[in-house]
Design a protein around this ligand. Structure first.
Ligand code: PMV
Length: 324
């Protein structure tokens, strides 16, 4: 009744932003990501008849109520599938480099989905683990696989939607340099911010329509290892996502001065012939996607950029790993 799983964070190159079905947590747009090493979450799940309620410890502390509720919702699905009643003890540790300030919900819910399934004695395919992780956090559906991974837009009511693998981790030796531009919690989480975009941003409909073509183009550029095709599309995807959020009411602005400086630095490097492009998630940090041979130059340039307090380098990593 016990199992442990390890999963990694991922970075979307074609962004997901907005839902087509809130209850089932289905994305309104297709997305494509890279699974990242060494941004790892390790989660163990123990079902125990003696427990009165689920207990969730995150990085050594009892989790906050909202997080605990999402964990229990996922565990309830596993209990229903396995015909189990027992409550569970969940211990989760983010092995992220310190001060990274990076989102861990994708690696966290992917690891939880896999560990809970195994601990409950289920023998489920990766698609089932991915669909269950998706209901907790859509980006988590992608962290079930390593390498390049896509999550298609959800058709309202289609609860089976899972991510799908596009290419394995060794398909293309890209690196991701993260430029840390702020500390502390971000102003608003992705779930609330994307709901606001849908209800109040005049650009939301255009965003959803534009992703239909943009995400498959990004997927194809990755399959073809075509950096010249990839770079402008990756930047268009994140700029468009942030533009939608900024144009909402109230407007959502994740950028700090250091974010803007880092973006300019990356674009200058590209203009100088370096194979690098920028992306940002729902937070202030900037991620530079670059060819392996450019990684030292990109890291040095970003470390020397005003407003960037730290940098870290990630490579493309494997999917979820489960131990009994
Ligand atoms: O899955 P969530 O609710 O953490 O949302 C993730 C949204 C972005 O990180 C901004 C984009 C993405 O596709 O990962």
């Amino acid at each position: 009744m016990k199992a442990k799983a390890v999963a990694r964070a991922n970075i979307a190159l074609a962004k997901y932003w907005g839902k087509s079905d809130d209850a089932l947590n289905l994305p309104a747009v297709p997305s494509v990501s890279l699974t990242l090493d060494p941004l790892i979450t390790e989660t163990s799940v123990t079902f125990d008849e003696a427990l009165q309620s689920d207990a969730f410890v995150l990085d050594g502390e009892p989790a906050r109520a909202g997080e605990a509720a999402r964990v229990t919702a996922l565990l309830d699905e596993v209990r229903a599938a396995a015909g189990l009643d027992a409550r569970a003890r969940v211990v989760s540790v983010n092995r992220f480099p310190t001060a990274a300030g990076l989102a861990s919900s994708a690696s966290g819910f992917a690891a939880l989905s896999a560990a809970a399934s195994k601990a409950a004695g289920l023998d489920e395919p990766l698609e089932a683990l991915s669909a269950r992780a998706r209901r907790a956090s859509a980006s988590a559906a992608r962290s079930i696989w390593g390498g390049i991974v896509a999550l298609d837009a959800g058709v309202p009511g289609d609860d089976a939607l899972s991510a799908r693998p596009v290419a394995p981790a060794d398909h293309w030796d890209l690196r991701v340099v993260v430029a840390i531009t702020a500390t502390g919690r971000k102003p608003i989480g992705s779930r609330a911010a994307m709901a606001e975009s849908r209800s109040s941003s005049p650009y939301y409909r255009a965003w959803v329509e534009s992703c239909e073509a943009l995400a498959p183009e990004i997927e194809q550029a990755l399959r073809d290892r075509d950096f010249d095709a990839l770079a402008p599309r990756v930047e268009q995807s994140f700029f468009a996502m942030h533009a939608v959020a900024m144009a909402g009411r109230p407007s959502v602005l994740y950028w700090q001065a250091g974010s803007v400086a880092a973006i300019h630095r990356i674009r200058q490097l590209r203009a100088d012939g370096v194979r690098v492009c920028a992306t940002m998630d729902a937070g202030p940090h900037v991620k530079a996607i670059c060819a392996a041979e450019a990684v030292d130059q990109v890291r040095e340039a970003l470390a020397a950029t005003e407003g960037v307090s730290d940098t870290l380098v990630a490579t493309i990593g494997p999917g979820v790993e489960v131990e009994a």
